[in-house]
Design a protein around this ligand. Structure first.
Ligand SMILES: Cc1cc2nc3c(=O)[nH]c(=O)nc-3n(C[C@H](O)[C@H](O)[C@H](O)COP(=O)(O)O)c2cc1C
Length: 221
């Protein structure tokens, strides 16, 4: 397979993995993942990211509880603002729709993280302007490295999307005042690889010179 085909395959094969076997991530694999983060671009080459590697089951459980709380709050907000009903309006079966709302607002959807082998907390220097962009580049590098290694990962904002939860997380893991926690990544050996989530077509996403003028049209394919 040519390098470009392999590169495209890794991108396309990446999924958010939420089910894991008991198999461990080796130190060599973990180092490749973290090294991929280190090689990411950052504004002014500030490299504001810092990573806490979490393997202790007690600490993973702590993160799982925070994830449940964070996701529960977020989805409850989406339910109360009717965003969730809008998202699920295509689902006509009322019982199924209710069950989906219940599952999402419980926050349990993000509580799986303690079943992964390793959790990487991604924090960074608050005084760096591009912190969210820089850390996102580092995280995506890690997700692709994970895929290339035959492992699975999920990127989660759940435990730190609410600043109150982020403060609790930072205190627990000793993350100092000048640092903000951006996300966590759960990593392990996948026990189930989900089907690809749908993506919008390029025809809807890419414009020619002016926003709204399609660059690609279905006729040109
Ligand atoms: C910024 C960001 C935050 C996310 N936060 C969560 C999260 O808190 N909990 C979770 O289960 N998944 C989370 N995800 C995973 C997304 O749900 C997932 O990427 C999306 O549904 C597309 O599926 P895919 O990654 O398998 O292609 C997050 C992804 C991104 C990029």
């Amino acid at each position: 397979m040519s390098d470009i085909n392999y590169f495209v395959q890794v991108i396309n094969d990446r999924r958010s993995i939420r089910n894991y076997t008991d198999e461990k991530v080796t130190e060599e694999e973990l180092r490749i993942i973290l090294e991929s983060a280190r090689q990411a671009p950052s504004g002014e080459n500030a490299q504001p990211w810092r990573f806490v590697v979490v393997k202790d089951p007690k600490n993973k459980k702590f993160l799982s509880d925070l994830c449940r709380r964070g996701s529960g709050r977020r989805f409850t907000g989406e339910f109360l603002s009717k965003q969730m009903q809008e998202r699920f309006k295509g689902l006509k079966d009322e019982a199924k729709r209710e069950a989906a709302f219940k599952k999402l607002t419980s926050g349990n959807v993000s509580a799986f993280v303690n079943e992964s082998d390793v959790i990487i907390i991604v924090s960074g220097r608050k005084d760096v302007w591009d912190l969210p962009f820089d850390t996102s580049a580092a995280i995506e590098n890690m997700l692709l490295a994970v895929t290339a290694l035959g492992l699975g990962a999920c990127w989660l904002v759940a435990p730190c999307i609410d600043v109150r939860d982020e403060m609790v997380l930072n205190e627990y893991f000793g993350i100092p005042d000048g640092y903000k926690t951006i996300s966590i990544i759960a990593v392990g050996k996948p026990s189930r690889i989900p089907r690809p989530r749908p993506r919008l077509p390029l025809e809807e996403l890419v414009f020619d010179e002016k926003f709204g003028q399609p660059y690609y049209s279905k006729d040109n394919e």
